[in-house]
Design a protein around this ligand. Structure first.
Ligand code: ADP
Length: 460
């Protein structure tokens, strides 16, 4: 899975801030070191000039007096060197006892140039800023060295560095937390919209996503989604209307065809072959009528217009009525239909019940091999009455059982051999739902299936 936006934003914040903190800290530390070293340079230069003046005029005593006045105690040194690098007179740090004279700078000083250098002195190799300048005393050439330790500079820089190393990660942590919180807050409406959008299925297209209070990009997204839902709802409604209208229009010619076929079949002038053709056509017209009825019922359900005209229905009679027109189909397939069960009645819409039963029984006949049997049973149990249609067909694989009542679902297209629309069982479920009842299937692969429809039992 990809990282959520919230985490990505937080990582970006943190990385960006880390880069800024590192760049800023580096700049700060370098600048601080430059500034502090600059101050030391100026002090050394000024002290060197004063001591040189004192030494040139008054000699060793003045050298010491001036050094004491102008040099900070403890971390500085001054010395006068002879051209052969001997210490003529020294002041300050113990280090001043030995000549402080990097060869190049010393040579330059002897030639009359003033040099500022950084030297490492003592057992700890501490850094010093040293100025070498030529002085003349009583006609003799000398080199005056004034050195000041850079320890304070290093300590200050070190202190700032430690502070930055502590504060940087803390700031980074705080920013990451803040970033996480901000991103979460900003994306909360998106989460809400996502879960609302997930809930809106094809059966709940009238629902809309709640608009967030702020009129920002997210508000705009919600409006756009809602506008899309408007269009979808409109499109689906138009499709339902088209199906309903088409199914409605088809019913009349189909009824006319059936009536004409019935009349033709009554005549005794038909040859056996001609009669067979007409009978087969009559069966196909019946099947088409059932499909058209199913389509019309579904379209009505979708439009919310499946009105039930309930009356007292005797289930055994309903079974008998549904099975009768299907007997020729069963006979043609050499499948027996057995009707059986307790006598029971409830309130239901007889036409819808007939439709559901027809779908169950027609499927059972369709999926049963020649010589097989379909048994239709009426029963009464725990406040329900129901009908079970059992066959000894191929059964239904477990993974298909959960979808079998979905629209346009056909478990095994090869087995259905192109016949069937995948609507029959969906209709059965809609009809059961409309009555406050339920449908279910029990099946064992290779042994057969039993489809049941249960309705709440009502007393007259
Ligand atoms: P269809 O028009 O394809 O029969 P249905 O909704 O009536 O549509 O059935 C859906 C699918 O359920 C069928 O395609 C078939 O795979 C399976 N089915 C329905 N009844 C039976 C049955 N009695 N035995 C085995 N499978 C069945």
């Amino acid at each position: 899975m990809r990282m959520p936006i919230r985490a990505r934003l937080t990582v970006w914040y943190a990385v960006l801030l880390a880069a800024i903190v590192v760049a800023l800290s580096t700049f700060l530390v370098l600048q601080l070191r430059d500034d502090l070293e600059g101050t030391v340079n100026r002090e050394v230069r000024a002290a060197s000039a004063q001591i040189a003046r004192g030494y040139a005029k008054e000699g060793a005593q003045d050298f010491r007096d001036v050094s004491r006045t102008v040099l900070p105690t403890g971390s500085s040194a001054a010395q006068v060197l002879t051209p052969d690098r001997r210490v003529l007179v020294g002041y300050g740090d113990l280090l001043a006892r030995r000549p402080i004279a990097p060869p190049q700078a010393f040579a330059d000083a002897l030639l009359g140039d003033t040099r500022m250098v950084t030297v490492r002195l003592g057992p700890n190799d501490r850094r010093f800023r040293a100025m070498l300048r030529p002085v003349e005393r009583r006609g003799r050439d000398r080199v005056l060295v004034v050195a000041e330790s850079l320890r304070h500079v290093e300590e200050s820089v070190h202190q700032v560095l430690v502070l930055l190393l502590l504060a940087g990660p803390a700031a980074l942590g705080a920013t990451a937390l803040g970033g996480w919180w901000l991103a979460r807050k900003a994306l909360l409406p998106v989460d809400r919209m996502t879960s609302q959008a997930k809930e809106i299925g094809i059966d709940r297209l009238h629902e809309r996503i709640a608009l967030p209070r702020a009129q920002d990009e997210i508000g705009h997204l919600a409006e756009t989604l809602n506008a899309m839902l408007d269009r979808l709802e409109q499109g689906v409604e138009e499709k339902h209307r088209l199906v309903a209208d088409a199914a409605h229009e088809l019913r009349t010619p189909l009824a006319a065809m059936r009536a004409e076929l019935d009349v033709s079949l009554l005549g005794d002038y038909l040859s056996p072959a001609g009669r067979e053709v007409l009978e087969s056509t009559r069966e196909e017209v019946d099947r088409m009528s059932r499909i058209v009825d199913n389509l019309l019922t579904l379209a009505r359900v979708d439009e919310g217009r499946l009105a039930l005209l309930t009356t007292r229905v005797n289930l055994n009679e309903a079974i008998e009525a549904a099975a009768r027109p299907l007997r020729p189909l069963a006979t043609a397939k050499q499948v027996r239909i057995e009707l059986d069960g307790q006598s029971c009645a409830t309130r239901a819409d007889p036409q819808r019940l007939h439709q559901a039963l027809t779908n169950f029984i027609e499927n059972a006949i369709k999926f049963t091999q020649a010589g097989g049997e379909v048994s239709v049973t009426a029963w009464r149990r725990n406040g329900e009455v129901g009908i079970t249609v059992a066959d000894n067909g191929p059964g239904i694989p477990p993974e298909a059982r959960t979808h079998i009542f979905d629209r346009f679902y056909r478990a095994d297209r090869a087995r259905s051999r192109g016949s069937g629309s995948g609507l029959g069982l969906a209709i059965c479920r809609e009809i059961a739902d409309a009555h406050g009842g339920r449908v279910w299937v029990e099946s064992e692969e290779g042994r057969g299936s039993a489809f049941s429809l249960a309705l709440p039992r009502t007393r007259n």
